[in-house]
Design a protein around this ligand. Structure first.
Ligand SMILES: [Zn+2]
Length: 328
């Protein structure tokens, strides 16, 4: 038994039962009911007084923390039956309350992690049946909890289907290719004249799209399969702000990393340029630290007014407020 090589950090929790007494056949996906980093998830499960843990946590910083070795039974799902069979994953929300959303980046990371768990543990079909007989498990089936929350809960079928595409495709990013069907690189599916090429190999189609700005890869049914479409309109903006914050490196490294993560580099870079040129109505990506100091100076008002103004400006109020509390 092994652990995922996708982990960014290891912060082992003492809260587990030792070796699991069942083979790994399930994956329980939880939400943290809070927007927190991977390191914070790790820290939460460190005290023995907590009496809880997870195998993996995915923070809102898009890092994965290993808290309990896969070989061991974590204390996560309020069920010995489930936790002995399941790899448990705590997933950070992107903001607090509402439908308890999770960012597109974190959702994509979760799909990568679930795919990796399935591959290494011989789970050939990642099923979501809406019941305990499937592979994907919900905490709310075992205890009086809202976990995994409305947003993440609504994504279980999508997660299963994306994982299965990867399991069938054999590549971390490739949608399934139906036999001899071709991947076509065009500006749009309806614009057949714009076609740059048709490829049996998805990777070759991606390369072609990458070297032709504005082009996309379509499968035989005309579905756009690359760049991956974002599941929320906010995501390009979020990515652009991450780029500005330095999270995605520079130059061709940035291009490669964004594309490897399945994002539309051109769209993100356009948004970055927009923000930096001041065309955007929103202030350019200030760091959480800068914002916290502005808040302390009084630039952002108080109470609900502060929250409204920060959020309207596209910032993460909770992250800023946490930093304010740290500084004070
Ligand atoms: Zn839970």
């Amino acid at each position: 038994m092994s652990n995922s090589r996708l982990v960014d950090m290891t912060m082992l929790s003492p809260n587990h039962s030792g070796r699991r007494n069942q083979p790994i056949t399930k994956i329980a996906i939880h939400h943290t009911a809070g927007a927190i980093s991977a390191a914070t998830i790790g820290n939460i499960f460190r005290p023995t007084s907590r009496q809880a843990s997870c195998n993996y946590g995915i923070g809102n910083d898009n890092n994965i923390v290993l808290c309990v070795d896969e070989a061991n039974r974590s204390w996560c799902t309020s069920s010995s039956w489930c936790d002995n069979r399941a790899i448990t994953i705590e997933v950070s929300n992107s903001s607090n309350g509402g439908n308890w959303p999770v960012s597109d980046m974190v959702l994509a990371k979760l799909i990568d992690l679930v795919t990796d768990i399935c591959r290494r543990n011989g789970i050939k079909n990642c099923t979501y049946t809406g019941g305990k007989d499937g592979v994907l498990q919900k905490h709310e089936w075992y205890a009086a909890t809202n976990c995994p929350g409305p947003y993440l809960g609504s994504k279980f079928s999508y997660i299963a289907s994306e994982v299965n595409k990867r399991l069938v495709g054999g590549s971390s990013n490739a949608p399934s290719a139906g036999g001899s069907s071709l991947y076509r690189v065009r500006k749009s599916w309806s614009d057949a004249k714009s076609q740059k090429g048709a490829f049996r190999n998805f990777e070759n189609a991606k390369k072609c799209a990458n070297s032709n700005s504005g082009y996309k890869v379509y499968d035989a049914n005309g579905n756009e399969v690359y760049p991956r479409k974002s599941t929320s309109s906010k995501s390009i903006d979020t990515l652009a702000r991450e780029v500005i914050a330095g999270d995605w490196g520079n130059g061709s490294d940035r291009v490669n990393r964004l594309r490897a993560a399945g994002y539309d580099y051109d769209a993100v870079q356009n948004r970055v340029n927009e923000i930096l040129s001041g065309k955007s109505s929103k202030p350019s990506g200030k760091s959480i630290d800068t914002l916290a100091r502005e808040v302390i100076r009084g630039d952002w008002g108080n109470g609900q007014d502060r929250k409204n103004r920060l959020e309207r400006a596209g910032y993460d109020y909770n992250a800023v407020q946490r930093r304010v509390n740290e500084l004070l």
